[in-house]
Design a protein. Structure first.
Length: 602
């Protein structure tokens, strides 16, 4: 490296090296604002959990005495063309480590090495705006790179020493009357308290329920939690193992007696308590358990002389602003050798800013983007020819459409379909939110099933239908189905409500087999089990199928369901009408079937 004072070493893994760990963490402690996200343990946990998608580029710089004086934990994408911080998607803050006397020389050396490796673009997210790196990176990047920097996040913080305090030294918290009312409501059996798990054994015992609660909470909000992904679960377990030894990780539960209301997986490091990943039970949302948990944490932190700051991390949530008395800004910095790519990045950001200024425009753009992504996925899965054929069918349906829906009534179990259920020891379970969260974790890579589970969560919360799942002895979900009152049911295929043959009719609907479980007859087995359960309750089970859905029709033909009648929707240039009539008694339905057996249209 010529006249450089530094000897640069590049490693493409995070080695399990006790001496490197000691020297690396010594650099962290010399930072003006040390962060747990900068530690050797954090980088090692990321490497262990995300090695399939992140390829580490660990730059180590040694001075003339061969002492470690600078560290940069970076990573490339699988193609090796884009570099980011190794902890960019897991850490609230990311930075280069090393004293100010080495930082600029270190940055230049890294950029030179990345250029030799053919890296065309660098994206450094969550870089603290008050870091010395932020002040240097634009100057260093100007040497052969186009640099663009913008605000990433405004992180809310609570400076514990600046809190207003009462006469008894307790902090004055916002909405104290509401807080007291909510805590009293949740603590009817016993006072609400915080319980902390700090050892590896204690945290690992609680971690599964925390992760399930986090997935369930996101489901209720119409999103898929990253905690559902296996690599994220591995990451949390690795962090627990690596950080529990030095006492940097703490999993907090807010409880009354043995009942848990909320969880928080966080870190205590060098005087800062990091608010990293909280969640709470959904049926107590009216008591704001997340708000109460944070208030209790602040009260406890304020009594701890070893803590100075409660850092509320990334994300601009309103509840954080109620407590914050200071902020810290992070940057998203890109460097590229391509002028065209640089200006494309700038234009994309400016356009996004304009769109975000108008909620209606943002909603329109988001919807269009989702449609385009769905089309790209379909093309990638089925090929462009098949995707275009699907698009033509959708377009033709806007002009002329005929859709026939066939209704079937349950007449009793059949030996052929009942036998496999017993032989495979499969069971029918009534769905709840915990089960849906477990199903999300099982099918986290199946986009269509995730969409179904989000829809199922909304329906479960509405409370107007009952969900069921066919489950094997290992707890795997094989099929899902729903049942609700027949009369007045809105049938999407007909775009209209339907009448029931009688008041005691229950309609099975929205059945779904995940792609990994297809081909085993689970649909037929599930609807028979649900129908049998409904009949035992004294009600009449019905089900429907589009006449053109060959798989569904064949599945129903193997069960105790029998065809009774059909309704057909026709549409021409926006005008639609329904042909057919719902029979008002069982006898009328039987007469209709006997008189017109040829009407069982495909």
């Amino acid at each position: 490296m010529g006249e450089s004072r530094l000897r640069l070493v590049l490693l493409k893994e995070i080695p399990e090296d006790a001496e490197l760990r000691r020297q690396w963490n010594a650099l962290v402690l010399r930072e003006e604002q040390p962060q747990v996200f900068y530690t050797y343990e954090w980088a090692l946990a990321v490497h262990r959990a995300y090695n399939a998608t992140l390829r580490p580029l660990l730059f180590l710089a040694y001075d003339g005495q061969d002492s470690l004086c600078a560290v940069a934990a970076l990573a490339t994408d699988p193609e090796g063309k884009r570099v980011s911080f190794l902890g960019a998607t897991t850490g609230d803050y990311c930075d280069f480590l090393g004293g100010a006397e080495y930082r600029e020389e270190f940055l230049k050396a890294i950029l030179d090495e990345l250029k030799k490796l053919g890296v065309a673009e660098m994206a450094f997210a969550n870089l603290p705006a008050d870091s010395i790196t932020a002040a240097m990176i634009g100057r260093v990047g100007a040497l052969g790179h186009h640099t663009f920097s913008r605000t990433g996040y405004i992180c809310a913080q609570v400076s514990l020493g600046s809190l207003e305090r009462r006469g008894d030294a307790k902090p004055v918290l916002p909405r104290k009357k509401m807080l007291r009312r909510f805590l009293n409501a949740m603590g009817r059996e016993a006072p609400v308290r915080l319980e902390h798990a700090r050892s590896r054994e204690e945290i690992e015992a609680v971690l599964p329920e925390f992760m399930q609660a986090h997935v369930a909470r996101f489901l209720v909000n119409g999103r898929i939690s990253n905690t559902a992904r296996p690599e994220r679960q591995i990451f949390l377990r690795e962090l627990t193992q690596l950080l529990s030894g030095p006492g940097w990780v703490v999993l907090t539960r807010m409880m009354s007696a043995r009942k848990v209301f909320a969880w928080h997986y966080g870190f205590q490091f060098q005087g800062t308590w990091f608010w990293y990943q909280p969640t709470f039970v959904n049926d107590l949302e009216k008591y704001s358990p997340g708000f109460c948990l944070l208030a209790k944490v602040i009260e406890e932190a304020a009594d701890n002389p070893g803590l100075r700051v409660l850092d509320l991390g990334l994300g601009a949530e309103e509840y954080k602003d109620r407590f914050a008395n200071q902020t810290r800004r992070t940057l998203y910095v890109t460097l590229t050798s391509s002028r065209a790519r640089h200006y494309r990045e700038v234009l994309r950001f400016r356009a996004a800013e304009i769109v975000r200024s108008s909620p209606r425009a943002e909603e329109t753009v988001r919807a269009a983007t989702e449609r385009w992504q769905r089309l790209r996925k379909r093309m990638g899965r089925d090929g462009s020819v098949s995707a275009l054929a699907w698009a033509r069918t959708r377009l033709r349906g806007l002009l002329w459409l005929k859709c026939e829906v066939v209704f079937y009534e349950w007449r009793g179990s059949t030996t052929a379909s009942a036998s496999p259920v017993g032989s495979q020891d499969l069971g029918l379970q009534v769905l709840d939110l915990k089960m849906l969260a477990s199903a999300v974790t099982q099918y986290v890579d199946d986009d269509e099933t995730l969409t179904y589970l989000l829809r199922a969560t909304t329906r479960l919360q509405a409370g107007k239908a009952e969900g069921f799942a066919l489950v094997d002895p290992a707890g795997n979900f094989l099929h899902f189905a729903w049942a609700t009152a027949f009369d007045g049911f809105f049938l999407a295929e007909l775009r209209d409500q339907v009448e029931a043959p009688s008041a005691d009719c229950v309609l099975l609907f929205d059945c779904w087999t995940p792609s990994a479980a297809t081909g085993h007859g689970y649909y037929a087995q599930t609807v028979e089990l649900v129908a049998d359960l409904v009949r035992k309750r004294g009600q009449r089970p019905w089900i429907f199928s589009a006449a053109g859905n060959v798989a569904s029709v064949r599945g129903l033909e193997k069960t105790g369901f029998q065809r009774r009648y059909s309704l057909a929707r026709q549409r021409l240039l926006g005008w639609q009408w329904i042909k057919g009539q719902t029979p008002k008694s069982q006898l009328a339905a039987q007469d209709r079937v006997a008189a017109a057996p040829e009407d069982s249209a495909a």
